[in-house]
Design a protein around this ligand. Structure first.
Ligand code: PHE
Length: 332
């Protein structure tokens, strides 16, 4: 029985098997009990010796199980340690980290340039009153310029719309704060445009407004030149082309040396060497009057730049729809 046990117990390496084996030897229906029962078949005078012998065997068996228990405990402890062991030399799990979207990055770069020059960032609502978006900006109901920008109206009775540009923030700021003023306002604008490679119906602009005494086109030119050079690099020049906006006089469309060809002429700039990047001008005296200021005392310049356009030029993107497609490869 001892030899049997020794060979059987060798195969045991866990507590469950151990308990089963132990029960089969020392349990109520175990082999040792069976040996005890045999005593009735033994001649009476030999029973004492038999009993002592069985007891000896039982003690040996108990001892074997005790030793085995120690071993099992050790094995189980090692197993547990192995399971909890961390291999610090393994390469870490790769997690995909979020990235700053190019529009966000471009806006941040532009904002940084202007705030470094002392411009303060302000916000305006995307759902705007018609009065701020058009009327106060010298664009009354009958004005043909309203058709320049196809508008998403929300409630024409109340006079609410999705702002078509960031220029209403000019009005909101001038009504709220006393000049001199130097503010920028980045944000989303909306136009009923068909989507194509250069148009989205929701895009971003950066408005800048500077109001002070004796502001002239020279001041505007200085800022246009310095901020575009800071943003694109020192080699770009600006070209002011006369244009028309109801809220500025004079008004300009501002071109930049074509980044793609360095001004030599290519298919990006239609061989002109210039690329239109923003609208600007001196704040129309009517707008100054509309916010209750005296145009003889206060003048200013304003500009509105398309953030997507700046991002496309700087980062060489040829389809504006890429920005909103949410293709992770593009964002990467
Ligand atoms: N608001 C004009 C537009 O969206 C741009 C602009 C801003 C022009 C400020 C002049 C001055 O087209």
């Amino acid at each position: 029985i001892i030899d049997d046990l020794k060979s059987e117990i060798n195969k045991v390496d866990n507590k469950q098997d151990f308990q089963n084996l132990k029960a089969s030897y020392l349990g109520k229906k175990g082999k040792v009990k069976d040996l005890m029962k045999e005593i009735s078949k033994i001649e009476p005078e030999k029973r004492k010796a038999y009993g002592q012998e069985v007891n000896k065997i039982k003690n040996q068996i108990e001892h074997i199980f005790e030793e085995k228990m120690e071993e099992i405990k050790k094995i189980e402890k090692e197993k547990k340690e192995k399971k909890n062991w961390i291999d610090v030399t393994l390469p870490g799990a790769i997690t995909n980290r979020g990235k700053e979207h190019l529009i966000e990055k471009t806006a941040r770069e532009l904002i940084e340039i202007f705030t470094n020059h002392g411009f303060k960032q302000v916000e305006g609502p995307e759902v705007e009153k018609t009065w701020f978006n058009f009327d106060a900006l010298n664009t009354p109901e009958w004005h043909p310029a309203r058709e320049m920008q196809d508008t998403f109206y929300i409630d024409s009775d109340v006079g609410t719309l999705l702002r078509t540009h960031t220029s209403p923030v000019q009005v909101r700021t001038m009504l709220k704060e006393k000049p001199p003023l130097a503010i920028i306002s980045p944000g989303r604008v909306f136009r009923k445009d068909e989507m194509d490679a250069t148009h989205l119906f929701a895009f971003n602009q950066l408005e800048a407004l500077y109001i002070d005494k004796k502001v002239s086109v020279a001041n505007l030119k200085y800022y246009l030149e310095s901020f575009t050079r800071e943003f694109f690099g020192s080699k770009v020049d600006i070209l002011l082309r006369p244009s028309y906006f109801p809220f500025t006089e004079p008004s300009f469309e501002v071109d930049l040396t074509c980044i793609a060809c360095g001004g030599k002429g290519c298919n990006v700039c239609g061989n002109t060497g210039w690329i239109e990047v923003l609208g600007a001008g001196l704040v129309n005296p009517n707008v100054i009057k509309n916010v209750g200021l005296d145009p003889d005392e206060w003048q200013g310049f304003a500009l509105g730049a398309g953030i997507e356009r700046f991002a496309m030029l700087k980062y060489n993107i040829n389809d504006i729809r890429e920005f909103v497609k949410n293709d992770i490869r593009f964002i990467d």
